[in-house]
Ligand binder design. Structure first.
Ligand code: ZN
Length: 262
């Protein structure tokens, strides 16, 4: 159980499913290790693929339900969903996005914020916009700024997931090249082992049924999941100051610096 003095992780992403795909195991591990966890997703993903196009439920509502189901699996009790337009985040008023992110940081009392890196996982414009707006929001908090980390995809991991599916489906519908994930990522300074939380991560990814029921993720077997989804990569954001945090401890990195402050 987390207490009021526990480190608080806030993950800021663009679409329902980003949280599970990018850092689901870290969210689950952090929570199990005593942290408070929260997710802010800035769109409802209404422009995404829909593997269940036969349903009359609007995709935005479907994805909101899937997001909440994934958050429950990850044991992230604070799951916040905003309704900025999917696919258009670079053109949404930057101040409005920064205000949303700042409100969320203050609401949950975030001591650690995780968002995309400059590569946007695979150059996704919405992801890159979220990185830019989150970095601006955190920087503006000055001395009260939480530690800011970027999550990136381990190069080759999505290729291995794709290769594990004998039917050759893409890992993400509409994105045919699995090598795009992490290809331009900055080198990680933190590698969080997923361990058995890889199973939790896979379950959370699959909770986004409209996105992944027809993807290579549907083919991963229980025996293979821990080897395929073995690690999650992070690096401290450029300009984010301060000593090691709970996240370093979670990664098992020995600290030669000052005591963790977050
Ligand atoms: Zn996304």
């Amino acid at each position: 159980m987390a207490d009021a003095a526990a480190p608080t992780l806030l993950v800021v992403v663009a679409h329902p499913d980003d949280e599970s795909l990018a850092c689901g195991a870290t969210l689950a591990r952090a929570r199990a290790s005593g942290a408070r966890t929260a997710v802010l997703t800035l769109t409802r993903g209404e422009a995404g693929a829909n593997s269940d196009s036969g349903t009359l439920t609007p995709l935005s509502r479907r994805r909101a339900e899937e997001f909440l189901a994934a958050a429950r699996l990850l044991d992230a009790p604070c799951a916040m969903l905003r309704s900025h337009p999917d696919g258009l985040l670079p053109w949404v008023d930057a101040d409005a996005l920064i205000a949303d992110i700042t409100r969320a940081i203050r609401l949950v009392g975030a001591t650690i914020v995780i968002t995309f890196g400059e590569d946007g996982l695979y150059w996704h414009p919405d992801h890159i916009a979220v990185w830019e707006r989150t970095a601006a929001a955190v920087t503006a908090l000055g001395d009260e700024a939480p530690a800011l980390y970027c999550v990136t995809m381990p190069p080759g991991q999505m290729r291995r997931v794709a290769a594990a599916d004998p039917s050759g489906r893409p890992v993400v519908p509409g994105l045919l090249d699995p090598d795009a994930f992490g290809a331009a990522a900055a080198p990680p300074t933190l590698v969080v082992p997923c361990g058995h939380y890889a199973r939790t991560k896979l379950a959370a990814i699959r909770a986004h049924h409209s996105q992944f029921s027809a993807s290579a993720f549907a083919a991963i077997t229980d025996d293979a999941v821990e080897a395929l989804l073995d690690v999650e990569h992070f690096h401290r954001a450029p300009g984010s100051h301060g000593g090691p945090t709970f996240l370093e401890a979670l990664a098992g990195v020995p600290s030669a610096g000052p005591r963790p402050r977050a």
